[in-house]
Design a protein around this ligand. Structure first.
Ligand code: SAH
Length: 352
């Protein structure tokens, strides 16, 4: 019989499990602590547990992590991992250095069903949701990597901007968030966990109640007509409804919702588009993050030149919209969504 991965369990579930094994409840807290912020990968590391319990646990449960099949870094230290899951599927996770901390970009699904026209992950279609342990394992792998490297800066932020649509894997996502934010678990601050969504309005409303975190919405177009051409789900949820939910989403510690806006050459990058954005967002507690498109030979879009990106940003700033431009980290290592996986499945180069 296949062993169950213990990283799937919330603290409450571990407590129920431990009681069912006739062990005192406080053991659950000890185990929870080991498998989260102490990055245990073997039950024998849990030296404050009796040997008998360790043996019992290891007979029925595993702490297995996906296999790192490729790890590549660019010159600035952005490191991308390709991970092979139990069923052979490959996902990506990226460690990104910032000034005083690291950010981890995690995947939530194998593939994606949203079908956005500019996205490489979408091209491969949807395979399956990631299990709780498969999402958390990315965090453990990121932390172990930084520890091994002797990094003094902490892995402080997690962005759910890897492969997949996090809100389409809703139940697992909520469990993951609870484990990440639990003070006895990974102890992440809620405002340092950012869910990026294509704009699933119904699920954003649920998230606002169940577990509000920082929110990023992939807008990519300032009107319904263009948005429907780029993002199929925009036919279901019109901008009006999306804006309403952005306005009412709880502001975790006074944070601003991020509006992600990929700049696609001659598609959505004109000053007219910038003007429409101003009209939509003037006065709202948001921040626009412009993402110059990461091109790929299999996709029919181009990146605008730097001058155009600057003009677009300048226009928004001049109209009092807080606007940043995402620095393209990891371009040389195919760090854009789905690009490493694609390269791995088309030509197998294994660097370690
Ligand atoms: N499904 C979620 C999260 C994953 S994608 C979402 O849509 O937000 C993370 C971000 O990368 C999204 O804003 C997505 O639109 C963007 N993205 C996808 N392909 C890209 C590319 N080739 N270049 C730049 N950004 C891209």
């Amino acid at each position: 019989m296949e062993k169950l991965n213990l990283r799937n369990y919330t603290l409450e579930e571990l407590e129920t499990l431990i009681l069912s094994l006739d062990e005192p409840k406080y053991r659950a807290e000890q185990i929870f602590h080991w498998i989260t912020c102490r990055e245990a990968t073997d039950f024998d590391q849990m030296t404050n547990l009796p040997k008998g319990l360790r043996t019992k646990l290891s007979t029925h449960f595993s702490l297995e992590l996906p296999e790192v099949i490729e790890k590549i870094s660019d010159t600035e230290g952005t490191t991308k991992f390709a991970l092979r899951l139990r069923d052979g599927e490959i996902i990506e996770t990226v460690v990104i250095p910032e000034r005083d901390h690291y950010t981890l970009c995690v995947s939530t699904q194998v593939g994606c069903a949203m079908g956005c026209k500019f996205c490489l992950t979408a091209k491969g279609g949807f395979k399956r949701n990631l299990e709780v342990y498969e999402i958390l394992a990315q965090v453990v792998i990121g932390r172990l990597y930084l520890k091994e490297k002797g990094s003094v800066l902490p892995l402080r932020n997690i962005v759910f901007m890897g492969m997949g649509e996090p809100l389409a894997n809703y139940e697992n996502l909520i469990k993951v968030l609870k484990i990440l934010a639990h003070p006895l678990g990974f102890n992440f601050s809620k405002k340092r966990l950012t869910i990026s969504t294509v704009g699933l309005v119904k699920e954003i409303r649920k998230l606002a109640i169940d577990f509000p975190t920082a929110l990023a919405v992939s807008l990519h177009a300032p009107n319904d007509e263009l948005r429907k051409n780029l993002i199929p789900v925009a036919k279901k949820y019109l901008l009006k409804e999306l804006l309403e939910v952005i306005k009412t989403f709880p502001r975790v510690k006074n944070g601003r919702t991020t509006i992600e806006y990929i700049l696609l050459k001659d598609v959505n990058d004109s000053l007219q588009h910038a003007k429409e954005l101003v009209k939509l967002f003037k006065g709202l507690p948001i921040k626009i993050n412009l993402i110059p498109y990461n091109p790929h030979p299999e996709l029919p879009f181009e990146r605008p030149d730097e001058k155009q990106v600057e003009r677009f940003q300048r226009f928004l700033l001049d109209h009092a919209i807080l606007t940043t431009v995402r620095k393209s980290k990891g371009l040389e290592i195919s760090a854009a969504c789905g690009q490493l996986k694609r390269r791995l499945s088309t030509n197998a180069i294994y660097l370690q």
